[in-house]
Design a protein around this ligand. Structure first.
Ligand code: GDP
Ligand code: IMO
Ligand code: MG
Length: 434
């Protein structure tokens, strides 16, 4: 069972961290392949909450190799901080490997993220302000600074000068910002390089070696399909590709090395930041779900927007990721709702119905959900561990999702704890079972 990709099938925060931690038990290697510390992945083990931003969610398993792949953008201040924190808590971090080709988030990227958002005003994306967009922009412009550049002062300095030159005008208001001083920045990044040096590797080769030996490799995505820069709700997206295809590019393996693609979805929907959200709830019910689900950002603490499960978007995510399995998390949060709505098509501006995810952004912006009402359940399901312990209406809900998307649900989340899951019959066979 070598290559399994874990991706968000919505707008992020679906519970990828928890699922990765769960599957990591059976894996040899866990590789993050895109995004940066815009991600916030939460794992709850024996009542203790762990929040990871850059380090793969396999790190809590001693012996599992954790890789930050070439497709990730790394803020070394955040990474070293995260390493220190894990070390302090007694976690063995010696198994972390960092791609020499991964790009770095620099102090000017953080400032440019702020500037960009401020300039957009009302039209702002609502980024995490972690410098993600500007760092990927520099990568594409071939002005990026990579992990390997940290090991050579001369090269590092030259590259910083070249990268900052075209940004002079935008950075003028920050002229006196100490983080932009060339020597200070070079020195600080050389120190990071020194600290990270023992972790730096050719991680594509490492992935190949594990796969070639028939070991299980997990590819851990960040964000979600609808935040994909190509396939998401552009421009209200992140600056990388969170979909499964990017696992190959961002880790340095080929498509034939991927055997399974697991899409993680909540039993409802959330979104942080701006952009279209056809099933959004603006009423007390939305607030109720937000509170019950603890829907506040792991990275920025922002209240997440909440809505009903959008099956149009989920079926789209299943297609563009070629999902082989779905994980339905946070089903427990819906307990107590008399009726649970699922969006099965969109209604456009003039009442035109769209059965599929519209390719035109204006259509999406004016779309609202058309729903089917399914009966809810009142029972607390957080203690259920087998499918037949769930109320019949909850099982019917799961079946509806499977039939609409055409993807089997292998795992159901009934609470934040790593043991609060139900493995379904679909998880028999090739997919690893606990
Ligand atoms: P990620 O970014 O996809 O890893 O997701 P986050 O960690 O940002 O957000 C998911 C939140 O839901 C975390 O606080 C998890 O602890 C929590 N969570 C995950 N699965 C479940 C579940 O099945 N039920 C409940 N109630 N919480 C869950
Ligand atoms: P995880 O991995 C939810 C959102 C931001 C913003 C948009 C662009 O925890 O699921 P960026 O800083 O990436 O330029 O912001 O993307 N966003 C996320 N939303 N979960 C995330 O990560 C996100 N990472 C970015 O809120 O709307
Ligand atoms: Mg998150």
């Amino acid at each position: 069972m070598p290559g399994i990709v874990i991706v968000g099938a919505q707008w992020g925060d679906e519970g990828k961290g928890k699922v990765t931690d769960l599957l990591a038990e059976k894996a040899d290697t866990v590789i993050r392949f895109q995004g940066g510390n815009n991600a916030g992945h939460t794992i709850v083990r024996e009542g203790v909450e762990w929040k990871l931003h850059l380090i793969p969610s396999g790190i809590l398993h001693p012996g599992t190799t954790c890789v930050i792949g070439n497709g990730v953008v790394i803020d070394p201040a955040v990474l070293t901080g995260e390493l220190d924190e894990l070390k302090r808590k007694g976690v063995d971090i010696s198994t972390l490997r960092i791609s020499s080709n991964a790009h770095l988030i620099m102090p000017y990227h953080l400032l440019l993220d702020q500037v960009g958002e401020a300039k957009l005003g009302e039209a702002r994306i609502g980024t995490t302000r972690r410098g993600i967009g500007p760092a990927y922009a520099d990568k594409a412009a071939r002005l990026g600074i990579r992990v390997q550049d940290l090991l050579d002062e001369k090269i590092l300095k030259q590259k910083i000068v070249a990268a900052m030159e075209p940004k002079r005008l935008s950075l003028r208001p920050f002229q006196k910002d100490p983080s932009l001083d060339l020597q200070a920045m070079t020195d600080a990044y050389l120190v990071y390089g020194h600290r990270l040096e023992s972790h730096i590797r050719d991680t594509a080769k490492l992935a190949w070696d594990a796969l070639d030996a028939g070991r299980t490799v997990l590819f851990e995505g960040a964000q979600g399909a609808l935040l994909d820069i190509d396939h998401g709700t552009y421009p209200f997206v992140t600056s990388s590709n969170p979909i499964a295809g990017a696992a190959c590019v961002g880790a340095g393996v080929g498509p034939r090395d991927i055997d399974e693609v697991w899409g993680i979805t909540k039993a409802y929907a959330t979104r942080v930041g701006s952009g279209p959200f056809p099933t959004e709830l603006h009423d007390d019910l939305g607030e109720d779900i937000r509170q019950k689900g603890g829907e506040f950002g792991t990275t920025t603490g922002r209240a997440r927007r909440v809505g009903w499960l959008d099956l149009v978007a989920l079926r789209y995510a299943a297609r563009i990721n070629s999902l082989s399995a779905l994980v339905l998390t946070k089903l427990d949060v819906l307990s107590g709702q008399d009726t649970i709505r699922v969006c099965t098509s969109y209604l456009g501006k003039d009442g035109v119905e769209f059965p599929d995810f519209p390719y035109h952004q204006s259509v999406l912006h004016h779309s609202t959900g058309k729903y089917i009402d399914l009966p809810g359940w009142s029972e607390d399901i957080t203690g259920c561990r087998e499918l037949d312990e769930l109320p019949q209406t909850a099982r019917d809900y799961i079946t509806f999702v499977e039939e609409f998307t055409g993807v089997p649900v292998t795992l159901i989340g009934v609470g934040p704890g790593r043991d609060q899951v139900i493995w379904t019959a679909a998880s028999d066979g090739t997919i690893p079972r606990r």
